[in-house]
Design a protein around this ligand. Structure first.
Ligand SMILES: [Zn+2]
Ligand SMILES: [Zn+2]
Length: 360
């Protein structure tokens, strides 16, 4: 068992409980580790699901959510040469993986064959580089976190610490498919379906890479926002005429819709050899007609989060291109209200960020 220290946190003591303050024990800084004094932590819908909803897998409590961590490095282990005390650094969705399987060796830790350890609610013992008194990982609604250097992301000093957390979640989730399917070098027609936290990042990243971006949404409420952050055009998916006029126009569609829907709505928008990437979590199966797929040589694929090297690349890309998610600071007593708002499906184009610096 590594050495532990007490850390103040905010979390749920049982499923659905109001969030409250409590102290946990976390591992201290070992030779390969980095300790981050957390200043901010983005509040993500995934946090709400874990803290409140019945999920298909068991969720351990007490649970400290938060996987969009940004702060200042306060300790580094003796083997860590490229991060120093005082640097800005963050932690995203994962805090451990096996380091040995093919996905891990090729920088796709998110796809670890033995399952990467999620930043909260994951089992510490699986890979053994992180420890807490409860045996499961505890997230970023917290004053401090120590992770293996591999899972720390460097944040350029020029970048807003408050805005950095969402880059490690929605940012990398959109960056990964853009890079994987050739949009990094620009020149593609990219569609982004759903203009929530993911969609906004998708629009900003795809546009900054030099692609022509079409935003697609159920109604026009987010039209102005989408055009302002880089979309060239906007399609209302419920408007048959608009959808029809965009037939075969998109090389790559990033579909962030997380409500159950049918892929057949968007498939006609794909250009020849076009590709649609499913990103939102839905549970109902899709019905797909095969003939248009054969004739159009189209591809249906999916993606979730991303590897650590790509996350760093995404962070650096955002800093270089001045891509800064819109954020709003909240203190810990407001988290329950934010959760309620996220569950209702917020119309606001903003990411709420927990002010950990202020204290709990
Ligand atoms: Zn997230
Ligand atoms: Zn692995």
């Amino acid at each position: 068992m590594p050495e532990m220290e007490s850390v103040e946190t905010v979390g749920a003591t049982s499923r659905g409980s109001k969030l409250s303050k409590f102290t946990i024990q976390r591992n201290t800084c070992g030779p390969d580790d980095v300790t981050i004094d957390i200043k901010y932590c983005g509040i993500c819908h995934t946090d709400v699901h874990f803290a409140r909803d019945p999920l298909p897998m068991p969720v351990p409590f007490p649970l400290v959510p938060g996987h969009e961590v940004a702060g200042v490095v306060s300790k580094v282990g003796k083997n860590v040469k490229d991060i120093k005390v005082g640097d800005y650094a963050g932690v995203g969705c994962f805090v451990d993986s096996c380091f040995e399987c093919r996905p891990c060796k090729t920088g796709d830790e998110n796809g670890c064959d033995k399952m990467a350890t999620f930043t909260f609610g994951g089992q510490c013992a699986t890979h053994g580089r992180i420890a807490t008194d409860s045996g499961h990982t505890q997230g970023g609604y917290s004053k401090r976190m120590t992770v293996h250097r591999h899972f720390a992301i460097q944040i350029p000093k020029t970048y807003s610490l408050q805005a950095a957390g969402p880059i490690f979640c929605s940012g990398i989730t959109m960056y990964t498919p853009l890079k994987q399917w050739g949009a990094l070098k620009g020149g593609m027609n990219v569609g982004v379906v759903g203009i929530g936290g993911l969609g906004q990042m998708g629009i900003m990243l795809a546009a900054a890479m030099g692609n022509t971006v079409t935003a697609i949404s159920r109604n026009t409420t987010k039209k102005e926002a989408a055009l302002k952050i880089g979309a060239k055009s906007f399609i209302v998916s419920k408007d048959e005429e608009q959808m029809k006029s965009a037939t075969r126009s998109l090389d790559l569609i990033l579909n962030t819709v997380s409500a159950n829907h049918q892929l057949s709505t968007y498939l006609p928008l794909l250009a020849f050899k076009g590709r649609i990437v499913q990103i939102g979590l839905t549970t109902e199966p899709h019905q797909v007609a095969q003939v248009p797929m054969i004739m159009g040589m189209t591809t249906i694929t999916g993606t979730a989060a991303g590897g650590l090297a790509d996350t760093q690349e995404c962070m650096d890309f955002c800093a270089k291109n001045n891509i800064v998610p819109e954020t709003e600071l909240v203190d810990w007593t407001k988290i329950d209200d934010v959760y309620d708002e996220l569950n209702k499906g917020s119309d606001k184009v903003v990411r709420y960020v927990l002010d950990c610096d202020k204290g709990f």
